[in-house]
Design a protein around this ligand. Structure first.
Ligand code: APR
Length: 196
């Protein structure tokens, strides 16, 4: 199920909130700063423990890392790093799409039943909200459709399987929330949700 709300992501009691981080992954401004302030010092310490893949880079652009939520109402924080927008012709769409795909995959791997996204890259990183929202909605819809198809396959009766069902048990449904920090952004997402 996909929901669009206007609100502060740090207040959401969901299984995971996604942080629009930077590659160093030790906090910053925008939603990154808000999440670190609300989660408390332990989040900084948990991020410090995330191994660097190269000097000064814990999470390369497009990838995602997971930590506990500590003082946040959310159980987990999934940190992802969006692309800095230049002109849309330097791989930004692909990188932004990867942020959503990798965050959803990490949420599913950790048994999350609900996940909230901010509008990744549309603040300090300058991504135009319309273009970013189209990518976000498309990636979430594709992920949920693929997941439902896989679950449907598992539900195919399989007389030889111990529980009469093929494959592993179903993974939990995931509710996805787009948490927009302005009503304007929420309106863009609502319009695009019907189009994409
Ligand atoms: N809840 C939900 N959304 C928020 C919140 C909040 N509390 N605070 C800000 N936002 C929104 C912004 O309004 C914007 O729509 O998050 C979206 C992403 O903006 P940024 O936080 O600026 O993130 P981004 O554009 O991805 O830039 C990332 O900014 O904060 C630094 O360390 C971060 O270097 C990284 C860069």
């Amino acid at each position: 199920m996909i929901k669009i709300i206007h609100g502060d992501i740090t207040t959401l009691a969901v299984d995971a909130i996604v942080n629009a981080a930077n590659q160093v992954m030790l906090g910053g401004g925008g939603v990154d700063g808000a999440i670190h302030r609300a989660a408390g010092r332990e989040l900084y310490e948990a991020c410090l423990k995330v191994p660097e893949v190269r000097p000064g880079v814990r999470c390369p652009t497009g990838e995602a890392r997971i930590t506990p939520g500590f003082k946040l109402p959310a159980k987990f924080v999934i940190h992802t790093v969006g692309p800095v927008y230049r002109d849309g012709n330097h791989g930004e769409p692909e990188k932004l799409a990867a942020c959503y795909r990798n965050s959803l995959a990490l949420a599913a791997e950790n048994g999350c039943k609900s996940i909230a996204f901010p509008c990744i890259s549309t603040g300090i990183y300058g991504y135009p909200i319309e273009d970013a929202a189209k990518i976000a909605v498309r990636e979430v819809k594709e992920f949920l459709a693929a997941k439902n198809a896989k679950d449907a396959e598992r539900d195919v009766a399989c007389p030889h399987a111990p529980n009469g069902r093929a494959g592993a048990p179903r993974t939990p449904q995931i509710d996805v929330i787009f948490c927009c920090f302005s009503e304007r952004d929420a309106d863009v997402y609502r319009r695009i949700l019907d189009l994409v």
